[in-house]
Design a protein around this ligand. Structure first.
Ligand code: SAM
Ligand code: DTB
Ligand code: SF4
Length: 331
């Protein structure tokens, strides 16, 4: 039997918002969002999403690894670190012409942004000169440009901006307290410093993290707190589910339960209401229903194309079919 009274009961939430005076979020408040009943959290995220975005549109970014493998860093998740034996073949920096040809195909497939990734601690000037040519050429195709090249030195962000760079991706990856367990060749503050340089140069900031690295819920809340408290907030926030690659230290980590991944997307949406939240690495391993829930939770961007940097991504025909089923249109 139906109980109409129960059906009309309003959904009420404990007020969980950034502090009125400072506008900053506390880790405890963000953890409290994670702790909401799953359906309440998703409902709230979808409400916030609809206040700022068309809920049926998703932005498509295509990735290309323009310099692969042989990296000096020791990021415990990454198949491209020279010190781990992952079977990734090292490849020198591609020429600008080669990259522009790949970007043209991405545009034909419907991507609106093209992101160039390099396995560097940071770019050397000689390399930067070639990357600047790539950026100018990709921009001339009418695509938005994004690059992820590691740590930037004084003046490099301005050079990238002047060549036509719209976005710079540089992830905080995890909570400050957890960072040292994952990476030892640089500090959290180095990441924040590069993000500051990007912002100062007037380039849009793309920064997010990885979950499923054996972190606690408090760590996930700590990561989102850092991202949400960036002022101004980042325009783009990739949430990656760790792609476990044999040979990396994090291979064999207990995978995150799918509900916890969806929760992370929802909490990012609520606390970063105007940012594009990208459902990033790990999508190939996700059932379609889980991806649909991520869109429901406020994800509104994906990596689109058969490959991420060195690992797989759902192929374009599969993604088109999924978008068709969900009535989602590209932005
Ligand atoms: N070398 C530059 C850097 O570290 O900033 C740019 C490229 S790096 C591969 C870009 C980002 O990819 C990393 O910050 C990390 O967040 C993500 N990433 C790398 N390996 C991953 C993996 N196995 N699973 C999920 N995300 C990964
Ligand atoms: C981001 O947050 N995820 C992308 C992009 N930014 C550069 C990279 C994912 C890499 C996954 C592992 C690989 O393919 O090598
Ligand atoms: Fe190098 Fe970037 Fe991979 Fe770290 S994440 S090992 S810096 S390519």
């Amino acid at each position: 039997m139906n109980h109409p009274a129960a059906l009309t009961q309003p959904v009420t939430f404990k007020k969980l918002e950034p502090h009125a005076e400072s506008g900053a979020w506390d880790v405890a408040d963000i953890e409290a969002l994670f702790n909401l009943p799953f359906n309440d959290l998703l409902f709230r995220a979808q409400q916030v999403h609809r206040e700022h975005f068309d809920a049926n549109r998703v932005q498509l970014s295509t990735l290309l690894s323009v310099k692969t493998g042989g990296c000096s860093e020791d990021c415990g998740y990454c198949p491209q670190a020279a010190r781990y034996h992952t079977g990734v073949e090292n490849e020198a920096l591609m020429s600008a012409d080669e990259v522009i040809d790949v970007a043209r195909i991405a545009r034909e497939n419907g991507a609106s942004r093209f992101c160039m990734g390099a396995a560097w601690r940071g770019p050397k000037q000689r390399d930067l000169d070639e990357v600047k040519k790539m950026i100018a050429g990709v921009k001339a195709l009418g695509l938005e440009t994004c690059a992820t090249l590691g740590m930037l030195k004084e003046g490099q962000a301005e050079q990238l901006r002047d060549s036509g760079l719209d976005y710079y991706n540089h992830n905080l990856d995890t909570a400050p307290e957890k960072y040292g367990d994952i990476v030892s060749t640089r500090q959290y503050d180095d990441r924040l410093d590069t993000l500051g340089k990007v912002r100062k140069a007037g380039i849009h900031v793309c920064t997010g993290g990885i979950v499923g690295m054996g972190e606690t819920r408090e760590d996930r809340a700590g990561l989102i707190t850092q991202l949400a408290n960036l002022d101004p907030q980042p325009e783009s926030v990739p949430i990656n589910n760790l792609v476990q690659v044999e040979g990396t230290p994090l291979h064999g980590t207990d995978p995150l339960d799918w509900t916890e991944f969806v929760r992370t997307i929802a909490v990012a949406r609520i606390t970063l209401p105007k940012s594009f939240v990208r459902l990033s690495a790990g999508r190939q391993q996700m059932p379609e229903a889980m991806q649909a829930l991520c869109f429901m939770a406020g994800a509104n961007s994906i990596f689109y194309g058969d490959k991420l940097l060195t690992t797989g991504n759902p192929d374009v025909t599969r993604d088109r079919a999924l978008m068709e089923k969900l009535d989602i249109k590209p932005l």
